[in-house]
Write a protein that binds this ligand. Structure first.
Ligand code: ATP
Ligand code: MG
Length: 581
C-alpha cells in the first residue's frame, strides 16, 4: 500500500476522552474512530489488525477441531426466558421490540442460541463431542463504557461452545480451549496469566480468566510465587483465622461521639482497626425492583468487602443488590448509619466474614447513635445466619493453598473459559441418547475471547512515547519503506524496487511516497508502530539504506538486498515461530 493513497487520519492532539495509552495511541494513529460513547469503528489500519487477531484465533480454534459458524446478533427473548437469564442480565442487556411488540435482545453472549442449535440438531451420542464457535459482534450496554475498545458497548468477541457426553468429556474440551487460548495470546505478543475466576452470570462451576498484565487493567489478580495459586481477587479464597486465645472481657457500651468511620472510632478508642468490626448494609430487590430483604454484612474494620463473594452467597443477580437506604433500613432493622453492629440489629440477614468468629474482644457499632460496644465476642454476644469468606484478598495475605504471602497484580481480562455443566442443557432441554437409548443432558462449556479488547491490550503492552510498537503478528503492515525525498529520482527508484521486492517476498509492506518532510514520515511510521522501517535516503545511489526495528533504538546501514532479505527473514521467523508445526 502506498501512503499517498492510504486513507489515514492521524491526530496531533490527545483526544479529550482518552485516558490510557492504548486508547490514546489507537485514536491518534487513526486506527479506530469513535461514533458515540462506547461505540467504535475501525479504519483501514485498525481493521487490518483486528483481522490479524481474528485469524490467529481462527487458526487456533480450528487446530482444536472447533467449527466456525456465524449466528445473528438479534436474539428472541423467549430463548432467554427458557434459560432464566432474561431477568438475570439486567440493564446491561440491550433489549428491543419489533413492530409487533415482540421482545428481542442484541446478544451479549450466545449460550442460549448455541444450546438451541444443539437441542434441535443433535440427538445421538454419535454426534458428540462438538465444539462450535463464531467471531461476531456483541452488545452490552455497559454502565461505564471507557478506555475505548477496552470496555465498549459494541465489540467483537470470539465465542465457542463445547458439547460433550459427560463431565470427563467436558474436562478434555476445556483443556483444549485453555491450550488454544494460551497459544492465541502468546501469538498476539501478550504477557498474560491464566487465573481461576468467578463464573458470574454465566453459571457453572469452574472458570479461568486470561489476564493481560497492565497497570490500567480493571481486573485484579492474586497469585502466589511459592505454589501455583492464581485467581482473580474476586475469586481468591481466604483462610479463616484460628480462634484467638485472649480471655473474653465483659461487654461494654461506650460513648464514641461523631465517630462514623472505622478510622475515627479506632483513633477515638485508641485501638487498631483490626480490633473493629465494619458493617455493610445492603438491600436485595425483587424482580420488580422493590426492596425484598435487608442484609447486614460484617467484616473486620481493616478489610474490604468482596461484593462478588457476597452476591454469590446471597444467590441473587448482581443488579438486584445495592447499598441500603440508611433511613429506610434503620426503621425496619434498627441499624444506625455509622454505628451499626451485629448486636441489636433485627429483621435482616446477618452475614459474618469467616475471620470474625475467631477474633476476641472486638469493637462494633452499638446500633445507637454515637455509641459503640467493646469486647464483642462471637457466640457469646452475637451470631450470624451465615459465616462466609466475604473479604477481599490483600497483598501479603496468606495464600489459601500454601500459606505463603500472596501478591497482587492488575490486568485486562482478554478471555474467559467456563465449565457450564448442564445448566443450559437442562433448562432448555438439550438431551442426547446414549448407546442404550437413554437420555442425558449435554454437558457444556463456553469460551470467550474479546477480539477488539485484545487489540487494545496489545497496544497497552506495546507502545512508547512516540506511538505504537506492534508485534509482527498483529501489525497492520510488517514493514514501511520510507522515501526521504519523494522527488529525488534515484531515491524514488530504489524505494520502489525495495517495495516491490518486499511484496514479492510475501511481506505486507507500506511505501511512504508522500510529498511530506522526512520528519513527518518518521513520526508517522513510529506512531503507526510498523515493526520494520527501511529508509531510503541520501545513500541511495550507493544502494545503501537504513534498516530499523521499531522496538529498538538504533538503526543499521545495509545494502538493499540484505535489508529486504533480513526483513523477510524476521517476519517469517516471528510469524512461523508462532504457528504450530
Ligand atoms: P468484564 O468482567 O470485563 O465485564 P465479562 O467477564 O463480562 O467481562 P465475558 O462474558 O467473559 O466478559 O466475555 C468474554 C470476553 O469478551 C471477555 O473476556 C472480554 O475479553 C470481552 N469483553 C467483555 N465485555 C467487553 C466489553 N464491554 N468491551 C470489550 N470486550 C469485552
Ligand atoms: Mg469474563
Amino acid at each position: 500500500m502506498r501512503l499517498s493513497k492510504l486513507h489515514l487520519n492521524t491526530l496531533r492532539e490527545v483526544p479529550a476522552e482518552a485516558e490510557i495509552p492504548s486508547h490514546i495511541w489507537l485514536l491518534r494513529s487513526g486506527m479506530i474512530r469513535k461514533l458515540v460513547s462506547g461505540v467504535y469503528g475501525f479504519m483501514p489500519m485498525g481493521f487490518r489488525s483486528v483481522r490479524k487477531i481474528e485469524e490467529i484465533v481462527r487458526q487456533e480454534m480450528d487446530a482444536k477441531g472447533a467449527q466456525e459458524i456465524h449466528m445473528s446478533a438479534i436474539q428472541p427473548a423467549e430463548l432467554w426466558m427458557e434459560s432464566g437469564r432474561w431477568y438475570v442480565m439486567g440493564p446491561e442487556m440491550w433489549r428491543l421490540k419489533d413492530r409487533h411488540e415482540r421482545e428481542f435482545c442484541l446478544g451479549p453472549t450466545h449460550e442460549e442460541v448455541f444450546t438451541d442449535i444443539v437441542r434441535t440438531e443433535v440427538s445421538s451420542y454419535r454426534q458428540l463431542p462438538l465444539n462450535l464457535y463464531q467471531i461476531q459482534t456483541k452488545y452490552r450496554d455497559e454502565a461505564r463504557p471507557r478506555f475505548g475498545l477496552m470496555r465498549s458497548r459494541e465489540f467483537v468477541m470470539k465465542d465457542a461452545y463445547s458439547f460433550d457426553r459427560d463431565p470427563a468429556g467436558l474436562d478434555e474440551s476445556y483443556a483444549d480451549m485453555y491450550e488454544a487460548y494460551e497459544r492465541v495470546f502468546e501469538r498476539c505478543g501478550l504477557t498474560f496469566r491464566a487465573v481461576e475466576a468467578d463464573s458470574g452470570a454465566m453459571g457453572g462451576n469452574a472458570s479461568h480468566e486470561f489476564t493481560a498484565l497492565a497497570d490500567v487493567g480493571e481486573s485484579e489478580i492474586a497469585y502466589c510465587d511459592a505454589c501455583d495459586m492464581a485467581a482473580t481477587t474476586e475469586r481468591a479464597a481466604m483462610q479463616g483465622t484460628a480462634p484467638g486465645n485472649e480471655a473474653e472481657l465483659p461487654l461494654e457500651t461506650v460513648s464514641t461521639p461523631g465517630t462514623k468511620s472505622i478510622e475515627e472510632v479506632a483513633a477515638y478508642l485508641r485501638i487498631p482497626k483490626e480490633k473493629t468490626i465494619k458493617a455493610l448494609l445492603l438491600t436485595v430487590y425483587d424482580e420488580e425492583g422493590r426492596p425484598a430483604e435487608y442484609v447486614a454484612a460484617f467484616v473486620r474494620g481493616d478489610r474490604e468487602l468482596n461484593m462478588t463473594k457476597l452476591i454469590n452467597f446471597l444467590g441473587v443477580p448482581e443488579h438486584r443488590v445495592g447499598f441500603a437506604d440508611e433511613q429506610a433500613m434503620g426503621a425496619e432493622t434498627g441499624s444506625v448509619g455509622g454505628f451499626t453492629g451485629p448486636i441489636g440489629i433485627r429483621n435482616c440477614k446477618i452475614i459474618v466474614d469467616s475471620e470474625l468468629p475467631g477474633m476476641k474482644n472486638m469493637c462494633a457499632g452499638a446500633c445507637k447513635p454515637d455509641h459503640h460496644m467493646i469486647h464483642v465476642n462471637y457466640g457469646r454476644d452475637y451470631t450470624a445466619e451465615l459465616i462466609a469468606d466475604l473479604k477481599k484478598v490483600r497483598e501479603g495475605d496468606p495464600c489459601p493453598v500454601c500459606g505463603a504471602p500472596v501478591k497482587l497484580a492488575r490486568g485486562i481480562e482478554v478471555g474467559q473459559v467456563f465449565k457450564l455443566g448442564t445448566k443450559y442443557s437442562e433448562s432448555m432441554g438439550a438431551y442426547y441418547k446414549d448407546e442404550n437409548m437413554q437420555d442425558h443432558p449435554v454437558v457444556m462449556g463456553s469460551y470467550g475471547i474479546g477480539v477488539t479488547r485484545t487489540l487494545a491490550a496489545v497496544a497497552e503492552q506495546h507502545h512508547d512515547e512516540k506511538g505504537l510498537i506492534w508485534p509482527v503478528s498483529v501489525a497492520p503492515y510488517h514493514v514501511i519503506v520510507t522515501l526521504v525525498k519523494h522527488d529525488d529520482p534515484v531515491q524514488k527508484a530504489l524505494a520502489e524496487k525495495i517495495y516491490a521486492a518486499l511484496l514479492d517476498g510475501g511481506a505486507e509492506a507500506l511505501l511512504d511516497d508522500r510529498a511530506e518532510r522526512p520528519g513527518v514520515k518518521f513520526n508517522d511510521a513510529d506512531l503507526l508502530g510498523i515493526p520494520i522501517r527501511i529508509t531510503v535516503g541520501k545513500n541511495a545511489a550507493a544502494d545503501r539504506v537504513e534498516y530499523k526495528l521499531r522496538r529498538e533504538g538504533g538503526f543499521t546501514e545495509k545494502n538493499t538486498a540484505d535489508a529486504v532479505a533480513d526483513a523477510i527473514r524476521l517476519i517469517r521467523a516471528e510469524i512461523r515461530g508462532m504457528v504450530k508445526g
